[in-house]
Each structure stands twice: as structure tokens, then as C-alpha cells.
Design a protein around this ligand. Structure first.
Ligand SMILES: Cc1cc2nc3c(=O)[nH]c(=O)nc-3n(C[C@H](O)[C@H](O)[C@H](O)COP(=O)(O)OP(=O)(O)OC[C@H]3O[C@@H](n4cnc5c(N)ncnc54)[C@H](O)[C@@H]3O)c2cc1C
Length: 526
């Protein structure tokens, strides 16, 4: 097996990984591995934008207060203050690297989204913010001599030596298995939305990083907190294309089949209520009216301004015969953003030595129990930068990375009889039904039993391609979600238990942290 040495290994080429790579590349050799093309990530699909204080009547205090309020008592005030303060500087840096954000006159244009008390969402090319950011960061990373990027290179597992992370074992489409030895490893592998049947996430989001970090002994936090996005396009064949929150921010209404606005009775902010409130209200309205979706109504908004602000959404709808200026847009909620992840401190440091976690794979406490719209791209930029700086300090203190002797007794498997597509589809249905927008004890218990049963014949297989590894990772992460959700016997933020519908501040204003236990599988961490 080939050995590759680097100062810093970055796993993932979304906003967090690329930002970390660029920062680390100032002083260190960096290798970025990414399992698909470098452009493919959740980041590339982000529409709405990045939250940052720009308007004259806005303030850091207000952005922080909104973030903590929406986080329902679980947010970490220090982490929130850090991202909010760093936001305008990060936006300026992206502009210096060539990112073209939308302007109003000579100033950056800022939009309003749900939960924000002021317009502060910076966007690019209307609703193609993510794509603009990834291309900017990729261009910048590729111009740096210290940075190499391996595309189609799947990280299978982290390598640990005496509890310290020393790199990863990867599988490259062309070159096969490789051992990558690094002094610092920055995990930026994104979320796990593909575990749910309905999701806005692209196929890369199978939770690989979460699963491999759990296997390596990292502490995982808030894994019950999957945020469901209220409005994804519900048209057979369209995938679950997101219809950005910014559409409601610009004034679109949510209506039922009879054309009635139902959010007015639910929350004082109506359509701009926090995402968990809107998602549950849509679910309730669908159940009440016995329909499979509700609708976004943008017909009263100025047509040309809408098309200019949301060209991607307008075009996607048009492909399915929906004219957004004349027709209702069918939508329903789906799994969107994993709030939980590797517990990480203010510099992104995880609980395994020499391992950092940034972006959606991490749990820094910024989002608490519910993420404020447009805060996750921001978190990726800020923590990507600070993790790389901390990693560089660490690298400077150590001798260069070198291979550690390892023994592998694993032999490649023969043809497996498993129908992996069926395992995945079944898991995704179970997760949607049992650990979806509304959960309860018996359903979560059932999900854990099902996963345990399927795990008996899926987890002991030795696969030799990403399809199998991803399926195992999805099962691992689904178990962490169900276990944590069963544990939290209250409702808070995105976690709604129909058998415990109230928040219990006395016992539950705390985070659930879990760690692998070689004997019992899972246990609560300190
Ligand atoms: C449709 C959509 C719209 C969104 N809109 C917004 C928005 O407007 N504003 C906002 O703030 N947030 C938004 N979000 C959320 C935000 O995009 C993500 O949370 C954020 O981009 C995550 O960035 P990341 O770098 O952590 O992960 P990602 O961007 O998902 O990148 C993860 C990377 O890791 C790689 N990877 C994964 N597993 C492996 C493996 N085993 N080996 C090697 N590589 C691996 C992937 O290929 C990918 O390159 C949106 C999300 C979606 C899906």
C-alpha cells in the first residue's frame, strides 16, 4: 500500500475544508482528500447566503442574540460571539480572493431570513452563493504550492496510534488503498442528510466523517439534533431541491391546498418563524388537510425582482412546468442540516489528539438546538480558519509525520450477496418515519432494534468499495441519532418528542455527549 506524508491532512472540500486548507497552506504542506469531484459538497448547493452584520442598523450583539435565541438554550455564547465577530472579515477575505457577492449600489446587498431580526444575509449570483464560494476557495487553494487535492479519494478510516490521530486510510479511484500520514488531521467531511428518505443533501452526505471519528474514539455531541428544512420542492423527479428560506424572507407565503395562510395562527413571525416551528406546522397542516404537501405562494411579489433574486429556483420550477410568478410551488419539509457532530472547542479541536473537526461534521455549540439560517457557511469559514491556525502551531512542535507500523488482518471480501441499495433505502425510510420531525420513545426503540438487526449482517462485512463503506457509516450514524434522541426525554429546538412535547429546562438544558465503548457499544461521555 502506498504511503503518503503531509503536515496537514484535510478530509473534505466544502467551505470548511477548503478554508482550512488555504490557512494551513500558508505554513504547512497540506493534502486535501475528497471523495467525489472537488466541487461536490453540501456547500455547492447553498442558496440563501452567509449571515454577517453589514447593515447600519445591525450589530454583533443582535446577530449573537438571534443565534442564541433560536438555539433554544443550548447555544455556546463564546462560540457564537466568535463567529459573529469574525463574519464581516471572512466576507471581505472572500471578496479579495475574487468572490462576487451581490451588491446594492456599491454596498454588499443583504437579505432577510427567518429568525434574523435584521437583514444580514450576504448572497452571490442571486441564489447560487455556495457555488460561487466553492469556486473561489478552490481557485485560491489550487494557486497555493503547498496544497495538493486528491479528488475521488475516499477516506475510509482515521489512523490512530496510542489514541493520537496520525492520518487516514483512503481509497483512490485510480490508485487504490493509500495510507496518509499527517501530523494534524482536519475532518471537514460534512453532514449526513442522506440517512433520511427526504433530504436536501446531495449523495455525498452519508456521514462518513461522523462514523469514522466515532470509531476512532471521538466524543459525539447533540446527535439527536437534525434540522429539517421546511420548504423543499415536492415534485416527483425533481429530487428534493431546496426552496430557500430567503424566498419567504422576500415575502412569499405558505398556503394550504385551499390557498389559506396557515402560519399566521401559529407564530407571531408567521412564515419567518424558526425552522423547527415552520416544519412542524407544515406537517400538522398536511395531516389536517390529508395532503402530501403545502405550497409557497410568490404570485404577489414583483415578478422580475423574484426571477433576478432566485434564478436557480425559478429555472428549476420552470423545468417542471411551474411558473413561480403564476403558480403555487408545492413544498414539504426534509432533513437538511446535522447540528450534532464531533465535540469541538473554539479552535475546532476534537477529543482525539491531533484531530480537528470543522463545518457540519463538528459540534461547536454555535447552533445550540436549532440553527439560525445562513449561520453554517459562516461557521465553516470561521472554524476552518481557527482550526488550521491551531493545527499549524501543533505541527510546528512535532517532528515531521512518519509511518507507523500497522498490521492488517483484513482480507478483501468476495462478492457480497447484500443488496446495498435496498439496505440504504430501508434505512432512509426508517429514519424518516422513526427519527423524523416528530419522534417518540417506542419509535426510537424500534429504530434501534432494526439497526441492531441489520447491523449483524452489514457491519461484519468487509467491503472493497465506497458503496459498502458508506452504507456501514450510515447505519453507524443512524444509531447515534436514534440513541441520543431516545435519551433526550423532552422537546427542544429541532428535536420534538410527541411523548415529551415540553422543554424541561431543569434537567435538559445540557448537551448529550456520547462516546464509543468497546464493551457496550455506546455510553454517555463527560
Ligand atoms: C441545499 C442546501 C442549501 C443550503 N443553504 C445554505 C445557506 O444558504 N446558508 C448556509 O449557511 N448554509 C446552507 N446550507 C448548509 C451548508 O451548505 C452546509 O452546512 C455547509 O456547506 C457544510 O460545509 P462543510 O464544508 O462542513 O461540508 P460540505 O460542504 O458538505 O463538504 C463535505 C466534503 O467532504 C467530502 N467527504 C465526505 N465524506 C468523505 C469521505 N469519506 N472521504 C473523502 N471526502 C469526503 C465531500 O465530498 C465534500 O467535499 C445548505 C445546505 C444544503 C444542502
Amino acid at each position: 500500500m502506498p504511503h503518503i506524508l503531509t503536515d496537514v491532512l484535510v478530509i473534505g472540500s466544502g467551505i470548511a475544508g477548503l478554508r482550512a486548507a488555504i490557512e494551513a497552506g500558508r505554513h504547512n504542506t497540506v493534502l486535501v482528500v475528497t471523495k467525489s469531484s472537488a466541487m461536490e459538497s453540501n456547500t455547492a448547493y447553498a442558496q440563501g447566503g452567509i449571515a454577517a452584520v453589514h447593515a447600519e442598523n445591525d450589530s454583533f450583539e443582535s446577530h449573537a442574540a438571534d443565534t442564541l435565541r433560536v438555539g433554544c438554550g443550548l447555544g455556546d455564547a463564546e462560540a457564537v460571539a466568535l463567529v459573529v465577530r469574525e463574519a464581516p472579515g471572512q466576507i471581505r477575505q472572500l471578496q479579495e480572493w475574487g468572490a462576487s457577492f451581490d451588491l446594492e449600489g456599491r454596498r454588499i446587498a443583504v437579505g432577510r431570513e427567518g429568525g434574523h431580526s435584521a437583514p444580514r444575509v450576504v448572497h452571490a449570483l442571486g441564489d447560487a452563493t455556495g457555488r460561487e464560494i466553492v469556486s473561489t476557495l478552490l481557485r485560491q487553494a489550487r494557486s497555493c504550492e503547498n496544497i495538493r487535492i486528491f479528488e475521488n479519494c475516499f477516506a475510509i478510516d482515521l489512523l490512530t496510534d496510542d489514541g493520537r490521530c496520525v492520518g487516514a486510510v483512503t481509497f483512490h479511484e485510480k490508485f487504490g488503498h493509500q495510507l496518509i500520514w499527517a501530523n494534524a488531521t482536519i475532518l471537514a467531511s460534512g453532514g449526513c442528510g442522506r440517512i433520511w428518505r427526504e433530504t436536501t443533501n446531495p449523495p455525498i452526505a452519508t456521514g462518513d466523517g461522523l462514523a469514522m471519528a466515532f470509531r476512532a474514539g471521538a466524543v459525539m455531541c447533540d446527535m439527536e439534533m437534525m434540522q429539517f428544512h421546511p420548504t423543499t420542492l415536492y415534485v416527483a423527479g425533481a429530487g428534493r431541491t431546496l426552496v430557500s428560506e430567503a424566498v419567504r424572507g422576500e415575502g412569499a407565503w405558505l398556503v394550504n391546498r385551499a390557498g389559506e395562510r396557515f402560519m399566521l395562527q401559529v407564530h407571531p413571525q408567521a412564515e419567518l418563524a424558526p425552522r423547527d416551528v415552520v416544519s412542524r406546522a407544515i406537517l400538522a397542516e398536511m395531516q389536517r388537510t390529508r395532503t402530501t404537501c403545502v405550497y409557497l405562494d410568490a404570485r404577489h411579489l414583483p415578478a422580475s425582482a423574484f426571477k433576478q433574486r432566485f434564478p436557480h429556483i425559478t429555472e428549476t420550477c420552470a423545468r417542471f412546468g411551474i411558473d413561480v410568478t403564476k403558480d403555487l410551488i408545492p413544498v414539504r419539509p426534509s432533513a437538511h442540516y446535522m447540528i450534532g457532530g464531533l465535540r469541538a472547542d473554539l479552535s475546532g479541536r476534537a477529543d482525539v489528539e491531533s484531530l480537528w473537526a470543522v463545518g457540519e461534521v463538528a459540534c461547536t455549540g454555535v447552533h445550540g438546538a436549532n440553527r439560525l439560517a445562513s449561520n453554517s457557511l459562516l461557521e465553516g469559514l470561521v472554524f476552518g480558519t481557527s482550526a488550521a491556525r491551531a493545527a499549524a502551531e501543533d505541527v510546528a512542535r512535532r517532528p515531521a509525520a512518519s509511518p507507523v507500523h500497522i498490521e492488517s488482518r483484513i482480507s478483501p471480501s468476495g462478492r457480497t450477496e447484500l443488496d446495498l441499495a435496498d439496505v440504504r433505502n430501508s434505512l432512509r425510510s426508517v429514519a424518516w418515519r422513526n427519527a423524523g420531525i416528530e419522534r417518540n420513545g417506542p419509535r426510537l426503540e424500534e429504530m434501534l432494534e432494526i439497526i441492531e438487526f441489520w447491523g449483524r449482517y452489514v457491519m461484519d462485512k468487509v467491503f472493497d468499495d465506497p458503496d459498502g463503506w458508506e452504507t456501514q457509516n450510515m447505519l453507524t450514524v443512524a444509531r447515534l441519532v436514534a440513541w441520543s434522541a431516545r435519551c433526550r426525554t423532552e422537546s427542544r429546538g429541532v428535536h420534538f418528542r410527541s411523548d415529551f412535547p415540553a422543554s424541561e429546562d431543569q434537567g435538559w438544558r445540557r448537551r448529550i455527549a456520547i462516546r464509543r465503548d468497546p464493551a457496550e457499544g455506546l455510553h454517555l461521555a463527560d
